[in-house]
Structure formats: C-alpha cells, structure tokens
Unconditional design. Structure first.
Length: 119
C-alpha cells in the first residue's frame, strides 16, 4: 500500500501520527514528503481544521480532533507556529479523548505520554 500524500485522508493520518512516529519515519511512509510543512497541503489543513472551506467528507477526523492533533503537532514542528489560528471547542477537549484504553500497552504508553503535555 502506498499513500498519495495529496488527499484529505493522507493529510489527516499524517497529522494524527505526528506525536507517535518520529519525523524521519513518518516522512519515509510518505515517500520523503512532509505533509505538515508542505505549502501545497496548507489549504487541505485549513479545511480539516475548519478554518476555511468545508471539512472533507473522506475518512478523516472531526474538526475538534484535527485541531487537538495540530496543537500537538506544533510542538514537534516549531515551523508551524502561527500558521493556523483556531480555538478548540469545547475548550477542555484534549487529544486523549480520542483513544481507547484497550490499545496495546506500548502504544497506550506513547499515547499517554504525548497527550500528557496538553494538560
């Protein structure tokens, strides 16, 4: 399976995996592309974040999920600072509300560590 690196699903999955997979590994999955810092993908992320346009109907997260994920991504990609302006509603929504506690223990530990930074 390969990822096109141009569609809403690729944009969302790249964003969602950012806190859990090292930058180099993530870029390898997308054939060397870094979707978060690609100027061509900025309109896609604006759509996913509900900043402008309509949220894509593809299999992607909700706006609040994308926004929570982007807040985490900004910590791993400082060059994103100031690129997207938005609020997370409800204000107490956090990325950890996305995950099940039934995931494999090693993945769950990474998930908890990454989301702990938001509190």
């Amino acid at each position: 399976m390969s990822w096109c690196g141009e569609c809403p699903k690729c944009a969302f999955v790249f964003l969602a995996l950012t806190p859990f997979i090292a930058r180099e590994e993530l870029e390898t999955i997308w054939s060397g592309k870094n979707l978060l810092v690609s100027p061509e993908m900025e309109p896609m992320y604006r759509s996913l974040l509900g900043i402008e346009g309509d949220k894509p109907l593809d299999c992607v997260g909700e706006v609040k999920e994308c926004r929570a994920a982007m807040r985490l991504a900004e910590r791993y990609y400082p060059e994103l600072a100031g690129t997207y302006t938005f609020e997370i509603v409800p204000a107490d929504y956090t990325y950890d509300k996305l995950g099940s506690h039934e995931m494999p223990q090693d993945i769950y530990e990474k998930f908890v560590a990454a989301t702990a930074e938001l509190h």
